[in-house]
Design a protein around this ligand. Structure first.
Ligand code: 13P
Length: 242
């Protein structure tokens, strides 16, 4: 399975951030390796510019969220069609920061994932438990319920990202056994060829170890995707497709 190393820039990045993508490509000595998918999800304001500028470089670009409708009276929102039009290939949906900051339910996340599929793009559907839920021994139940509620009907072309909320931006990471248990569990709920990414404090120092765990088919990287010098070793830490 071809791994995906995806950077989620969150609400970071200005026009000048083009230099960071240039620096990443320079490290690849020209073009990103094609045995792995290299994806950057910048703020929506930058998708069109970056996708146009780097269309030949084997780096793909994606959105961080979208509305479930294709157009209409939804001030401030962006549709999957608009992201596709801007050159995106993927859209993250259901990130825990959106579930928390905007009260997005599983049903809303599913509708967004359906919208992404409708446009021919690939949704990256995020799930993950809070610290309290893990401590209460409920991590598998919570993630199982999120999957049940958030996955679209058609699961041919989806990516799932397991991001424990307590590991995001904290420097904390589950044990390898806990990651393996969760990814193995998610595998039982989806297809054999669905890529399951791990996200939460992935850094150059832990990426090789995490990406070698069974059923970890890539990473969704926040803070460490903002600088080429950090993101590059994470991209290269993945075992490329044979
Ligand atoms: P960090 O890598 O900064 O912990 O963020 C993970 C994340 O939320 C990616 O979507």
């Amino acid at each position: 399975m071809k791994p995906i190393i995806a950077g989620n820039w969150k609400m970071n990045g200005l026009a000048a951030s083009v230099a960071e993508v240039e620096a990443l490509i320079a490290k690849f000595a020209g073009s990103a390796p094609d045995d792995r998918d290299v994806l950057i999800c910048p703020p929506a304001t930058l998708v069109a510019n970056l996708a146009a500028k780097f269309s030949d470089e084997a780096i793909q670009f994606g959105g961080q969220d979208c509305h479930a409708n294709s157009s209409g009276a939804h001030t401030g929102d962006i549709s999957a069609e608009m992201l596709a039009d801007a050159g995106a290939g993927f859209v993250i949906v259901g990130h825990s920061e959106r579930r928390a900051d905007h009260g997005e339910s599983d049903a809303v996340v599913r509708a967004k994932a359906e919208a992404v599929l409708r446009t021919g793009l690939t949704p990256i559907i995020c799930v993950g438990e809070t610290e309290a839920e893990r401590k209460a021994g409920k991590a598998l139940d919570i993630v199982g319920a999120q999957l049940k509620g958030s996955l679209p009907e058609t699961v041919d072309n989806i990516v799932i990202a397991y991001e424990p909320v307590w590991a995001i931006g904290t420097g904390l990471v589950p044990t390898n056994d806990d990651i393996a248990e969760m990814h193995g569990f998610i595998r039982t709920k989806t297809r054999k060829d669905t890529r399951i990414l791990y996200g939460g404090s992935v850094k150059p120092g832990n990426a090789v170890e995490i990406l070698a765990i069974a059923d970890v088919n890539g990473a969704l990287v926040g803070g460490a995707s903002l600088k080429a010098e950090d993101f590059y070793p994470i991209v290269m830490a993945a075992q490329g497709e044979d």
